[in-house]
Design a protein around this ligand. Structure first.
Ligand SMILES: Cc1ncc(COP(=O)(O)O)c(C=O)c1O
Length: 467
């Protein structure tokens, strides 16, 4: 009989190979190209090569990984990878992932994952406590921020729908439900509205102020107008850290409007809310706990490897109300020590994503994550000050969190695009594009605990030369 298990000797061999790969990857990070030149011939061969009928063995597998996969992978952990919002994994994460794979817990009902159920609950309550949510809060680890917002908006519909949403669906509504967000919102809000059947026509994008925050007065006016037109406002999605500039919407003002108008308040905190770890920013983010739900992304600021998002709902029973479904073939045994996470989101089979977060908090301690948050904010402020103090550059937005948007002064969009492309193509750094007020700009988002002031100086020197 063929066995798909490894012998003792092969477990040892695979472990040693993995350790060697991790060590050489870590040691070579600085020297690796951020965006490697893709070897098309190698990848084309990977695409067509048939799987072997007899296995190639562990040593050959690791040789192939080192020769073909690693060199053709973007170096996300590089200290000058500053594009989008994506951080490197923390050091213990690959080991945690290996253990999670070995245990292969199914985090659906607790009998298939007793320790995992408690650990996921622990991670979620720790996250909730960071914002001061009460013990009634609860949530679920998701694949990312987009899924967290989708889960939150589905819960909002279930709660605010006039009637029995589960039974009749949106089809029974004469007057459409309307959701409000800002012009600077992440596209996951519109995507969720489209998926959930709300329709993009029913997403209001409220204008922002000069610092890219949602205008609460215009939100109130839009809600009023929609009610007068016979529509049914039901939800506001505010941002704790907008994708482009890191702006934090006026959460207290928006929460007042939501309370007065009986609207569900969801905060998209996927990028910025976990900066609550930083004592300097914390006060601006505590108002997140006034929301009915919040989306977080541990795969950003907690350096969990992809995928790890989280949605927290102020009253966890609302999640169960939206997602709890019974079936004769699934046990439904409640126990106060455990949570049946299948009742908190759309998935039945679920991997043990909380484990990598839990392991990293255990190994490094909370203070290490506080220090990382402080470090990223400090590097972003440093870059922001350099931009402001240099006549060759022009800031495009205030630096609120770790995103810094700027452009070459007195240069066209095409010229700014050209220097960004050059910087990336020559391998100095990977920064992202941004469009603010219709103008093209360059966006550096510090989401890496490795990025230093020297990296920033190097990037700016090069941009000056290219400009
Ligand atoms: C503000 C904001 N919302 C939502 C998302 C989507 O998160 P994810 O990519 O984890 O789905 C992002 C991603 O960068 C984001 O910055």
């Amino acid at each position: 009989m063929t066995s798909l298990a490894l012998s003792d000797a092969d477990i040892e061999r695979a472990g040693n190979q993995l350790t060697a790969l991790l060590r050489s990857f870590e040691q070579s990070l600085d020297a690796r190209p951020v965006l490697p030149p893709v070897d098309r011939a190698v990848l084309a061969e990977l695409r067509v090569r048939p799987f072997p009928l007899e296995g190639i063995g562990i040593d050959q597998l690791f040789q192939d990984i080192a020769a073909k996969v690693v060199p053709n992978s973007t170096t996300i952990a590089h200290p000058r990878y500053l594009a989008y919002v994506l951080g490197p994994p923390n050091g213990i994460a690959p080991f945690a992932e290996a253990v999670a794979a070995a245990l292969n817990q199914n985090c659906n009902f607790w009998q298939l994952s007793p320790a995992a159920s408690v650990i996921e609950r622990k991670v979620i309550s720790w996250l909730a406590e960071l914002f001061g949510f009460s013990k009634q809060a609860g949530g679920i680890i998701t694949s990312g921020g987009s899924m967290a917002t989708l889960v939150a908006m589905a819960t909002a519909i279930r709660e605010k729908f006039p009637g029995d949403f589960r039974q009749t669906g949106l089809q029974s509504l004469a007057a459409p439900l309307v959701v409000y967000t800002s012009e600077e919102a992440h596209r996951c809000v519109e995507k969720s509205a489209a998926i959930l059947g709300l329709g993009l026509d029913n997403v209001r994008k409220i204008p922002v102020d000069s610092e890219f925050r949602m205008r609460a007065d215009l939100l109130a006016a839009a809600v009023r107008q929609d009610r007068e037109a016979g529509k049914q406002p039901f939800c506001v999605v505010a941002a704790a850290g907008t994708i482009n500039t890191g702006a934090i919407d006026p959460l207290d003002d928006i929460a007042e409007i939501c309370a007065a108008q009986n609207l569900w308040l969801h905060v998209d905190g996927a990028y910025g809310a976990l900066f609550v770890l930083s004592p300097g920013i914390k006060d601006q983010l505590l108002a997140c706990s006034r929301a009915d739900s919040i989306a977080l992304d541990p795969h950003k600021l907690l350096f969990a490897p992809l995928e790890a998002g989280c949605v927290i709902v102020r009253d966890r029973e609302k999640l169960r109300h939206a997602f709890g479904f019974s079936a004769s073939y699934i046990p439904d045994q409640q126990d106060p020590l455990f949570t049946n996470f299948m009742d908190y989101g759309p998935q039945l089979s679920r991997s043990f994503k909380a484990f990598k977060i839990w392991c990293s908090l255990q190994v490094f301690g909370v203070n290490a994550f506080v220090a990382a948050a402080e470090h990223m904010l400090e590097i972003a402020r440093y870059l922001g000050e350099k931009i402001r103090g240099d006549a060759q550059f022009e800031p495009m937005a205030p630096v609120k969190l770790s995103a810094v948007c700027f452009r070459l002064r007195n240069a066209s969009d095409a010229e700014n695009q050209r220097i960004l492309t050059r910087l990336i193509d020559e391998g100095t750094a990977l920064l992202g594009p941004v469009r603010i007020g219709g103008r093209f700009g360059i966006r550096a988002c510090i989401t890496n605990y490795r990025t230093t002031r020297e990296d920033i100086d190097l990037i700016l020197d090069r941009l000056r030369q290219l400009g």
